[in-house]
Design a protein around this ligand. Structure first.
Ligand code: SF4
Length: 197
C-alpha cells in the first residue's frame, strides 16, 4: 500500500516533531499527495520555527497556495512558530495540554504528534479511523472524539499510535468510504459489517 503522509515526511525529513507538526497542520482539509509536495518545498527552505518566521507571509502564502485556505494556513504556521519560540524554547511542546492549545491543533493532530514524534501512546482518529473502527464493530460512535475515547477502552495501548497508520492505509486503498473492497480486505474475517458490502 502507498505510504501515508506522515510516513513519507519521516522517511524524507526524519522524526523531528517540528516537521511532523507542520506537515499535520498542512494536511488538514487537503489531499496527502498535495501536502507532501508542499512539505517538500517548505522543508527545503526551513528547519526551525525561527526560519519559518523569516519567510514573509506573502511568500508563505505562495508556498501553501495549492492546498487552499492559503491565507489561514500561512497565518497559522506563523502563529504556531511564534508561540514555540516565545513559550517553548523553539520546540514543539510534548505535553497534550500545551500541544492542543496551539492554533489549529485539535485532538487528531495533537495525538498524531504525541504518538509519532514523542512516543506517547495516543490514538489519532481521522475520517478513516472513525469510519473503519465503526465498520469493524469496535465502536458505535457519532464523532471522532468519542471514537478516540471508546477505542482507548478496547485497543491494547501498544496499538494506539500504530492504529492510525494501519487504518489510513486500509481506508485509502481497500475500505473506501462508499464501496469498500471487502473481498480484498485482509481483515474481513474480523469485520462486523464485511458481509453487508
Ligand atoms: S471487511 Fe470491508 S468493511 Fe470491513 S474493514 Fe474490510 S473493507 Fe472495510
Amino acid at each position: 500500500m502507498p505510504e501515508t503522509l506522515v510516513t513519507t515526511v519521516m522517511k524524507e525529513f526524519g522524526q523531528d516533531p517540528f516537521f511532523i507538526l507542520i506537515s499535520c497542520l498542512l494536511s488538514l482539509r487537503s489531499r496527502d499527495t498535495r501536502t507532501v509536495h508542499v512539505c517538500r518545498t517548505l522543508f527545503s527552505k526551513i528547519r526551525t520555527p525561527q526560519q519559518l518566521l523569516e519567510i514573509s507571509r506573502v511568500e508563505l502564502e505562495k508556498i501553501v497556495f495549492s492546498l487552499g485556505f492559503y491565507r489561514q494556513r500561512a497565518k497559522t504556521l506563523h502563529e504556531v512558530s511564534q508561540i514555540m519560540i516565545d513559550d517553548f524554547f523553539g520546540k514543539v511542546p510534548s505535553d497534550p495540554t500545551s500541544l492542543r492549545a496551539l492554533p489549529g491543533v485539535g485532538l487528531k493532530t495533537s495525538n498524531l504528534v504525541l504518538g509519532i514524534a514523542f512516543g506517547v501512546p495516543a490514538i489519532c482518529v481521522d475520517v478513516h479511523v472513525h469510519r473503519i473502527s465503526k465498520r469493524l464493530g469496535l465502536v458505535e460512535t457519532k464523532n471522532p472524539d468519542k471514537t478516540e475515547a471508546e477505542l482507548k477502552k478496547v485497543l491494547p495501548q501498544n496499538l494506539w499510535t500504530e492504529w492510525n497508520d494501519l487504518l489510513v492505509k486500509l481506508g485509502q486503498n481497500i475500505c473506501l468510504p462508499r464501496k469498500p473492497k471487502c473481498r480484498s480486505c485482509p481483515i474481513s474475517g474480523l469485520c462486523k459489517t464485511s458481509s453487508n458490502y
